[in-house]
Design a protein around this ligand. Structure first.
Ligand SMILES: O=C(O)C1=C[C@@H](OP(=O)(O)O)[C@@H](O)[C@H](O)C1
Ligand SMILES: C=C(OP(=O)(O)O)C(=O)O
Length: 426
């Protein structure tokens, strides 16, 4: 059955809105796993509730972790986490979540029996071979190089060389559990540069906050010493990548959008929205309350290397499609292995609306063109769906297919979008 079409609302006046955002997917899913492996009960506060976060919570439960929710609302939940021995016999559904498919298998290799993994049809095509090969080198048995697969421990750890040019999550996944391997781990990356390094920095910082000794002093080498992971009481930051479509509304409409609680310092790649949106013509200010972006209604194209912040690409490409000068987005060949082939999907959908986008070897060129209405397909990709909503603000008649796919990281997207527009100036 074809997914329903969502008529993307067009903004008729400058948007003025304050948009509180739920917790970061990346922080939530790291925190749940670290709390599950910790040496005592802990708490993960203001955790995201979304498909990816719920899949991580379900995976932790299936592996023997106690999780009790409190203070639950549409914007999040506080999880009381009670670690237990890692239990075999589990079937883990990873959905389409890169964090679940890359972070959980190393933990499953600690179990006392086999653990089976599978996910959505497209998840079976996402790069997994390098991390599964690494788990074999470190002592586990794994019966495939992609989803679906079965893992059997025990894993002892040690030294491994991998090519993580397809995804930083291949490194983060090994690092997160490594303190619980008998020998810890030394990972050496060999290949084209690893993307999304801020996400590896996030992993390293969270491990250190839990008392784990991590040496990342040499480029492309990470060493985790074996030892306990300390119980945590952590408050999850708002998801700054999910701020991108809302902040874009300020640029497109010449309005002002604020995100409360924007952290002063963070490893989230979404923080790069500050220079990126400034380069596209916005005024960006940080106060004690949060971040405020004010636009002029005119968007400048940019030449940007998004290698470190690839997950911002769909929104930046949507803005580029509405810009008055050309944009070149580079360093993002690895987006072909994301929720969908995002380079192909963005080109197809922008051009379907009359745009002028072109795929390059490692990114996109988007030139100014007069867009018209039509269907914007989302390919089960939350960020494609929100990119369609962004274009729809300026272009009447855009219908986004399967807006519900935003539930991967932001189940309330459609309501929040309507609320943001409801506060338009008359
Ligand atoms: O570790 C993480 O939480 C993530 C790392 C990045 O993955 P890639 O390195 O595969 O781009 C990012 O795009 C993804 O949304 C989340
Ligand atoms: C690439 C992304 O997700 P995942 O964690 O599934 O890799 C993303 O959210 O943009």
């Amino acid at each position: 059955m074809p997914a329903p079409l969502w008529p993307a609302p067009t903004a008729s006046a400058p948007v003025t809105a304050t948009v509180p955002l739920p917790g970061s997917k990346s922080v939530t899913n790291r925190a749940l796993l670290l709390a599950a492996l910790a040496d005592g009960p802990g708490t993960v506060r203001q955790a995201l509730r979304s498909r990816d976060a719920d899949l991580m919570a379900a995976a932790m439960r299936a592996l023997g972790t106690g999780l009790t929710p409190s203070n639950e609302s549409t914007s999040g939940v506080d999880w009381q986490v009670t670690p237990g021995p890692v239990r075999g016999g589990a079937h883990i559904d990873v959905g389409l979540a890169g964090t679940v498919m890359r972070f959980v298998p190393p933990m499953a290799a600690l179990a006392d029996g086999e653990v089976f993994f599978d996910g959505d049809p497209h998840a079976r095509t996402r790069p997994m071979g390098q991390i599964l090969g690494a788990l074999r080198t470190l002592g586990a048995e794994v019966d495939n190089d992609a989803l679906p697969f079965t893992i059997r421990g025990p894993i002892t750890g040690g030294e491994v060389t991998i090519d993580a040019s397809a995804s930083s999550q291949l490194i983060s996944g090994l690092l997160l559990t490594a303190a619980r391997f008998e020998k810890g781990v030394t990972i050496r990356h060999e290949g084209a540069p690893v993307p999304s390094m801020p996400h590896i920095e996030m992993t390293v910082q969270m491990l250190r906050a839990a008392g784990v000794r991590v040496d990342d002093g040499e480029p492309d080498v990470w060493r985790v010493e074996p030892g306990p992971i300390a119980a945590m009481d952590l408050v999850v930051e708002p998801d700054l990548s999910n701020a991108a479509p809302f902040l874009s509304a300020a640029l497109i409409t010449g309005g002002t959008v604020s995100i409360p609680g924007w952290p002063a310092r963070t490893t989230q790649p979404g923080d790069e929205l500050r220079p990126l949106l400034t380069a596209m013509g916005a005024t960006v200010t940080m106060t004690g309350e949060g971040l405020t972006v004010t636009g002029t209604g005119e968007i400048a194209g940019i030449d940007a290397d998004l290698h470190e912040v690839g997950e911002l690409t769909p929104t930046i490409a949507a803005l580029a499609a509405l810009a008055t000068s050309p944009s070149t987005l580079r360093g993002i060949a690895h987006l072909r292995g994301h929720e969908t082939d995002r380079l192909a999907a963005l080109v197809t959908e922008i051009n379907r609306l009359g745009g002028d986008a072109e795929e390059t070897a490692d990114g996109l060129v988007v030139r100014p063109a007069k867009l018209h209405g039509g269907t914007f397909h989302s390919y089960a990709d939350h960020r494609m769906a929100t990119a369609g909503a962004v274009i729809g603000l300026a272009v009447p008649g855009v219908q986004v297919e399967d807006i519900a796919t935003t539930g991967k990281t932001l189940p309330e997207f459609a309501r929040m979008w309507a609320e943001m527009l409801g506060s338009e100036r008359p």
